[in-house]
Write a protein that binds this ligand. Sequence first.
Ligand code: NAD
Length: 359
Amino acid sequence: MEKNIAVIRGDGIGPEIVEQALRVLDKVAEVFGHTFNYTDVDMGGCAIDKWGDPLPQEMLERCVNSDSVLLGAVGGNKWNDVPGDKRPEKGLLRLRAGMGVYSNNRPAKIWPQLADASPLKKSVVDKGIDFIIVRELIGGIYFGEHKTETVDGKPTAIDVLKYSEDEIERIGRIGFETARKRGKRLCSVEKSNVLDSSRLWKKVMHALAEEYPDVELSDMLVDNCAMQIVKDPSQFDVVVTENMFGDILSDEASMITGSIGMIPSSSLGAGTCGLYEPIHGSAPDIAGMDIANPIGTILSAAMMLRFSFDMPEEADAVENAVSAYLDAGYRTADIMSEGMTQVGCKKCGELIIANIGKE
Ligand code: NAD
């Protein structure tokens, strides 16, 4: 297969970690007989320096016209004083809106080799943690009307939580499709004992379930879900939920897995073109030192293979290569522990690449 990938190296450690992910993709192409073409896109602080704009229109078009986008990270102290609409992060918001990505997907996976990094008890971690939270990204209370007015002489704040059937259905489909590509279990999280929007949410999810008889759908109230994520995260395969619940639960879920440098994410819209990026920022404190952990970005590339390019075997090969690297006792500084061998960013990429196509 031939795929065109827009590549945003960004700022800080962005260029270093993206470089390793591209080398991994090149190896996948070689082993599995694909062609990946890369188009560079300037976004963030580097685009401000070069073009005076964090995401010039032409750069956005390169992303929209690609088969998918791989992003390192943007931002840094250098651009702290630029006006609000010119900040590096504005480029990211514009990119998400321009690509129409309404679903954010964040895996919570514990690597058994890094179980000690989890704040959870060993007995809980040992049962395994490997699930994805599918969060609605451009609707709900964050995008409803916000106002503060005086009622009976007192300041009163109002935030509107609104979901249409269509908005729920399109994110629901992503949830079902994601579950279909994994363990075929989908947990729909809402607050239907209190909220009308949640009652509609639940109704739409159950209507959709009829189209996905191979996926087992369950319902869970959001407060219970927050407890279950720390009590027994092994029970989850895919969780689908609305914007604010997903915002909170996905941070909780990433916390229980340990290192920030290891976690990938994807954002998808109506088509297969997605935005893939690690969940961390540009880490200016360690930029250019060859010590950043590129695994979050490498695993983001694996998600791209699985979810946008429908290449599950290739995605498995990358994930297995990461696992074999950890098994061999290699660690970047952020996850270093006693008895392990410390490696830099480049070396980490090299060792992971060497494991691809080995099986
Ligand atoms: P950060 O995630 O960049 O860094 C937090 C801490 O984690 C730092 O100590 C850093 O060294 C470490 N870290 C992060 N990624 C790492 C990796 N791959 N390997 C090893 N260590 C890693 O968060 P921050 O310091 O709050 O933000 C720095 C900049 O990044 C800011 O300008 C912020 O706005 C931006 N940011 C960008 C994105 C994005 O591009 N999606 C997301 C979050 C923050």
